[in-house]
Design a protein around this ligand. Structure first.
Ligand code: THU
Ligand code: ZN
Length: 143
């Protein structure tokens, strides 16, 4: 996990972060109060977004990353290259194990993962860069 600055990122990565910040505003998280926004960059350079959507039955909750990936698949693409996740947390936060496994399902090479932590004013506080192979080594997949 590497801490990075905004000026070290590509234009496309900044675009991804901006899209994730925007979609996070639509997060429906009345139970956890933990809003998450995600934006996926697919193999064709298109961006797909998602936010978490909770339900009073917690098991029905959709994670932001999953919604973004489902949106990509629904558009006809099955291969993501990068993902940005935006949330507000006291420490760094990374996609959960379920979301990591879903990224494995819909990628054919390593995925760059950018985790953005917002401050109390919803401004970017810190950015961490990592990758799927680092977060989920020896993943369960068809070879
Ligand atoms: N959440 C995500 O959206 N992505 C993750 O990978 C971890 C958890 C959401 C689910 C729930 O709405 C809230 O964060 C707290 O767990
Ligand atoms: Zn998850």
């Amino acid at each position: 996990m590497k801490k990075v600055e905004l000026n070290q990122l590509s234009k496309k990565q900044i675009e991804l972060i901006e899209a994730a910040i925007q979609v996070r505003k639509n997060a429906y998280a009345p139970y956890s109060k933990f809003k998450v926004g995600a934006a996926v960059l697919d193999e064709n350079g298109n961006i797909h977004t998602g936010c978490n959507i909770e339900s009073i039955d917690y098991t029905l909750t959709s994670h932001a990353e999953m919604v973004a990936i489902d949106t990509m698949v629904k558009s006809g693409c099955r291969n993501l290259k990068e993902i940005a996740i935006v949330l507000k947390s006291t420490a760094y936060s990374v996609p959960c194990g379920l979301c990591r496994q879903k990224m494995v399902e819909f990628s054919n090479s390593d995925v760059s993962i950018i985790c953005v932590n917002l401050d109390s004013d919803e401004q970017i506080k810190e950015i961490f860069a990592t990758s799927l192979s680092l977060l989920l080594p020896y993943a369960f997949k068809e070879l």
